[in-house]
Design a protein around this ligand. Structure first.
Ligand SMILES: NC(=O)c1ccc[n+]([C@@H]2O[C@H](COP(=O)([O-])OP(=O)(O)OC[C@H]3O[C@@H](n4cnc5c(N)ncnc54)[C@H](O)[C@@H]3O)[C@@H](O)[C@H]2O)c1
Ligand SMILES: [Zn+2]
Ligand SMILES: [Zn+2]
Length: 390
């Protein structure tokens, strides 16, 4: 089959690789019909994620048709149409039983590697390094889905792929980001980044009765989408000082809730901290550029909440812990517990409350993945979200 394979920094190729096979009785094989490129994939593309190996199949936003199921699979059969969450979860461990699916204790076969870096191992993820399981990813013609009774959600309506595809990741991720922000009715919510994840965080903040949503980025069409589709006020960090502007907009108090939808590859907004980050990551002395997270902590009002859906990898430094403690902030983050959100968010889509396809700017064949990675990374051609079709 054809699959998008990682071969090093800024080098992804569409290779011919062996088709996946059922390996465990709880596996299913799906024929992928649509698959997204995520901001998280850019962390692989840009070489930030350790334990990647040349030839690894990447991608973690797939959906498709079940081709084959293992002997122990009860909920799926050949021909079912499913969306597959990026988190691989056993459904039965201490964490899965608490619906902390991205913390599954069982699904990562390379637990020791992850535990050495993080203290404990999170769940295995599709197409996201050997430290997180070494599972083949979903930017491919076929995908092996472990724990097939726990992850995939069946789509029984005739909704087009592109309306349900983002249940695999970015819609639940934006939603959990807003939930983690502990929004109370009327709150002012500031969201760093206007990428796909933040676009869904904006939508979700309104669902949770935010009074005001302020979105921050520097890419004109992304800011425009936040205004037009997200009814957000916006700040262009390349033109304005974010902290000054947020203080001005909130009478000096700061936003009640701050969401870092940027993660480890934040661009500098003038601060010395960002310049130091850039030098350190370039010299391989650090893995993260945490400028947005630092700014979110500094801008957040006293007693407020900082929610972190943005992915960090190692040990970002210069985090203003003084501000965090003395201002009495709460911080929550995590890879999304996708399985927890599948049914309620699918119900919203089916009712017509939201059409997640609004973020898509590029629909292309899988074969064009290498070009599209570059287009998405460099935000060329107005690119906000890419969907590939095998
Ligand atoms: N927690 C999860 O489960 C989960 C799931 C999906 C994605 N993510 C992460 O969420 C983040 C966003 O994903 P995405 O797909 O929207 O990515 P993206 O790369 O398309 O969007 C990031 C946006 O942040 C903007 N940005 C950069 N520096 C900034 C700064 N200093 N201030 C404000 N904005 C800035 C960029 O211009 C870009 O528009 C990534 O880190 C990704 O890994 C996490
Ligand atoms: Zn993702
Ligand atoms: Zn589990």
């Amino acid at each position: 089959m054809k699959a998008v394979c990682w071969h090093g920094n800024r080098d992804v190729r569409v290779d011919n690789v062996p088709d996946p096979k059922i390996e465990q009785p709880t596996d299913a094989i799906i024929r992928v019909t649509a698959t997204g490129i995520c901001g998280s994939d850019l962390h692989l593309y840009d070489g930030f994620m350790p334990t990647m190996e040349s030839g690894d199949i990447i991608g973690h936003e797939p959906m498709g048709i079940v081709e084959e199921v293992g002997s122990a699979v009860k909920n799926l059969k050949k021909g079912d149409r499913v969306v597959v969450p990026f988190t691989i979860s056993c459904g039965d461990c201490f964490f899965c039983k608490k619906t902390l699916f991205s913390c599954c204790d069982v699904s990562n076969p390379n637990k020791e590697l992850a535990a050495a870096a993080m203290g404990h191992s999170p769940a295995g993820l599709f197409g996201y390094s050997h430290m997180l399981g070494g599972f083949a990813g979903g930017q491919a013609e076929y995908l092996r889905v472990p724990y097939a009774d726990v992850g995939p959600i069946k789509i029984e309506s005739s909704l087009a792929d592109e309306k349900v595809l983002f249940l695999s990741d970015i819609f639940p991720t934006g939603y959990m980001a807003a939930e983690n922000a502990e929004i109370e009715p009327g709150d002012t919510v500031a969201i760093w980044g206007c990428g796909p994840v933040s676009q869904f965080a904006i939508q979700s903040a309104w669902m949770m009765k935010a009074g005001r949503v302020i979105a921050i980025d520097c890419v004109p069409e992304r800011l425009q989408m936040a205004r037009d589709r997200g009814r957000a006020e916006t700040i262009d960090f390349s033109k304005e000082d974010v902290q000054e502007r947020l203080n001005e907009m909130t009478g000096g108090r700061g936003p009640d809730r701050c969401i870092d939808g940027v993660g480890t590859e934040a661009h500098a907004t003038g601060g010395l901290d960002a310049v130091v980050d850039k030098a350190k990551t370039a010299l391989m002395l650090g893995t993260d550029r945490a400028h947005a997270l630092r700014q979110a902590i500094l801008c957040c009002r006293k007693g407020g909440t900082v929610s972190v859906p943005g992915v960090y990898i190692g040990m970002p430094d210069k985090i203003p812990m003084g501000a965090f403690v003395n201002k009495g902030l709460t911080m929550k983050g995590g890879q999304t517990h996708v399985q927890r959100y599948l049914k309620p968010l699918l119900a919203m889509i089916e009712k017509g409350d939201i059409d997640p396809s609004f973020v898509i700017t590029h629909r292309r064949p899988l074969a064009e993945a290498p070009e599209l990675y570059k287009t998405f990374r460099d935000k060329e051609d107005g690119c906000i979200k890419v969907v590939l079709t095998p």
